[in-house]
Design a binder for this molecule. Sequence first.
Ligand SMILES: C[S@@+](CC[C@H](N)C(=O)[O-])C[C@H]1O[C@@H](n2cnc3c(N)ncnc32)[C@H](O)[C@@H]1O
Length: 375
Amino acid sequence: MSKMLMVAPCMFGVEGILADELKRLDIKNVIAENGRVFFEGDENTLASANIFSRTAERVLIVAGRFNAISFEDLFQAVKKINWEDYIGRDDAFPVTGYSINSSLHSIPDCQSIIKKAIVERLKQCYKVDWFKETGPVHKIRFSIQKDNVVIAIDTSGEGLHKRGYRAHSLEAPIKETLAAAMCYQARIFPDTKIYDPFCGSGTILVESALIAKNIAPGLKRNFAAERFGDVYKKAFADQRTKALDSVLKSFDFKGFGTDIAKNAVELTLQNAKKAGVGELITASVRDISDFEITDERAIVITNPPYGERLLEIKEAEELYKVMGSVMPKQKGRKYFVICPNDDFESRFGRPADKRRKLYNGMIKCQLYSYFKSDL
Ligand SMILES: C[S@@+](CC[C@H](N)C(=O)[O-])C[C@H]1O[C@@H](n2cnc3c(N)ncnc32)[C@H](O)[C@@H]1O
């Protein structure tokens, strides 16, 4: 087992939630930054973060971190990295990345300089002139923020939001990782009752059921690093066994979805079944004006239409007014609504107990939380 520095990119606003999640996995030296969380560990840590994290976008091994303001700086620093420890003679190593507020801003140029530097290093190590790149893919991801370069190797493959249960989605689905972050804020227990009156493809309900039943989000998928060698293969197998053993047998969770669209309701049921939580989730066609909660203690977590993408903003604001009337302040009730509209609280009819800035893709939103009942 080797000690490594790792980094998990996440959506903006989710850094603290992801850092807490990694600490709960007993991961050490967790440091949250803008849009990412660094941490340390070995191959087991890496497999654990990939399989168990609900809010990380992916998990990467940090191969190098340095400052660069010229292509020469970049080339020399990348060439110094001991790539032969990570990349075998036949492995593929495509390069991709981004740059923000930095002297080196041309992505294609950075990409080719980094590739060239890795090739130069590996040519000397493997004594070959040409790399076939037919073996396991070690995708190199670089990020340059204010001239600080992080060069890392992707261990996830497909983004971690791809849990494997959402075959199809409707317009404007929320990302699984963001839905999970909202669920963490709402604090879900094995006996929680969750309602989503704008359930769409059911992402929030499925993510909350996975949390309640303690089903690891990565249980049903594969990861790039499983092809990095025997140590990694074993680490993933061990963590998968651990994940299977931790699924709860006894729980009383229920998720109730409603949506005005019949195809949304069908999709919610289909996705829930595919995620292995079909028996915990019911869904039916219903307009928000007919929304009702039948449980004394219930949490509403929802992602209503915003207007930019689905309806005109004015129509969306009318919906927020209706939401306020069907979601009254009541003992045992908690409401969590993600929305970009600055007037949400006045339309809903009361100020939130807490606001948290979260990005839904590129849209800056707030998670409006209503949890104080004091009645
Ligand atoms: C932003 S989408 C929700 C996406 C969902 N979180 C997902 O992951 O797929 C909003 C949903 O609100 C539904 N909707 C729009 N107007 C409605 C209304 N008056 N009553 C109930 N649902 C409505 C739409 O059909 C759509 O599925």
